[in-house]
Write a new protein. Structure first.
Length: 105
């Protein structure tokens, strides 16, 4: 099965993932646990390449002007991404700790 979309990892995603890994290492979390976490992220993003709308569209909830989707990674982290139909790309943005995400009620 061919991928329908190309993942484009923005610098903000790479930086946020690097910061989380560094924080976890300082806390003494094992490399094996970090590797499992990274694998969960990769697996979720691989699914998105084939079915970009499989995760919830959350632009109304977070007051984004552009349609934006959220991947929950466990109960703690979220990754936001946007679909660019013209170029068949998925822009993968920052990863946030769920507590950092401001929710509009």
């Amino acid at each position: 099965m061919d991928k329908e979309y190309e993942l484009v990892y923005l610098a903000s995603f790479r930086n946020s993932l690097r910061e989380i890994r560094q924080e976890w290492r300082k806390l003494g979390i094992s490399e094996e646990s970090i590797a499992r976490f990274i694998k969960r992220i990769n697996t979720s993003l691989e699914y998105v390449e084939y079915n970009p709308e499989m995760f919830p569209e959350v632009s109304d909830r977070y007051v984004f002007l552009v349609p934006t989707y959220r991947i929950s990674v466990g109960k703690t982290y979220a990754i936001f991404y946007r679909i660019i139909e013209d170029s068949k790309q998925i822009l993968v943005g920052s990863m946030f700790h769920q507590k950092q995400v401001k929710v509009k009620f």
